[in-house]
Design a protein around this ligand. Structure first.
Ligand code: ATP
Length: 234
């Protein structure tokens, strides 16, 4: 399968400290790839490089097979790369409707943005007039995803979607993520704790100290290895 998003030999650093030592990753349209690993492994940095938020020191970034190395976050966003950061990035004091309304900068009308959001996440329609910060963590994550979908992403980068959420809520969210991928989006998901995302991932890569130490199908063998590696309860 040809990759929509590809990182080749990406190295990245903060000051003199190297966070990524040559990371290779490929995500095809319609695929969910899970990038797993312990704290500080470089998972978020990988997403930041893919979104043009942090520069690579070397290596290449390709989008749809085209070289996008060195493109900034605005160019990459225009090309359809959407990063949903850890902590969700919704505006807590704005209502759900206002959070969605802001996404009309994409050129879509208000009705269209709301339709995308409310079709995928009907609960958001019921919460439309509520301040986002007063919703449950799961609902806020839905709003973050809905805002991302309003950009009509080709590549969706999700950072620790499960953070602080109950397992059942996480499973529901990942079902929606799987559905988004089925519609042709290339999805790269970063998680420290792997269980939920492995249920929907097509492929997994395990990052340890800035290097992909293992990659493969998210099967029982990989789960067992992750469990040995660092997860305890994967
Ligand atoms: P976590 O789950 O804790 O977010 P991670 O796998 O996403 O971990 P990164 O956040 O990518 O890891 O961090 C990789 C390395 O880079 C770590 O050693 C971290 O301390 C360092 N690092 C990350 N962000 C910065 C920063 N803004 N300034 C300096 N060092 C950083």
């Amino acid at each position: 399968m040809s990759a929509l998003l590809e990182l080749r030999g990406v190295r990245a650093s903060y000051g003199g400290i190297t966070a990524l030592h040559g990371v290779d990753l490929r995500v095809a349209a319609g695929q969910v790839v899970a990038l797993l690993g312990p704290n500080g492994a470089g998972k978020t940095t990988t997403l930041k490089v893919a979104a043009g938020v942090h520069p690579a020191d070397s290596g290449r970034l390709l989008l749809g097979g085209r070289d996008a190395t060195g493109a900034d976050s605005r160019d990459l966003a225009r090309a359809g790369v959407c990063l949903i950061p850890e902590g969700r990035g919704v505006f807590p004091n704005l209502t759900v409707r206002e959070n969605l309304l802001m996404m009309t900068f994409t050129g879509r009308g208000r009705a269209e943005v709301e339709e995308i959001a409310f079709t995928r996440f009907p609960v958001l329609a019921r919460r439309a007039g509520q301040a986002a910060g007063t919703m449950s963590g799961g609902e806020q994550q839905m709003l973050a995803l809905a805002r991302g979908l309003a950009t009509d992403p080709a590549v969706l980068l999700l950072d620790e979607l499960s953070m602080g959420l109950a397992p059942l809520v996480v499973a529901e969210l990942y079902e929606q993520v799987a559905e988004i991928a089925r519609q042709g989006v290339a999805v790269l998901v970063v998680e420290q704790f792997a269980a939920a995302v492995l249920d929907i991932a097509d492929h997994a890569a395990v990052l340890v100290r800035g290097r992909v130490e293992r990659r493969g199908d998210p099967d029982a063998e990989l789960r067992a290895e992750l469990s040995d590696l660092y997860l305890g309860s994967a």
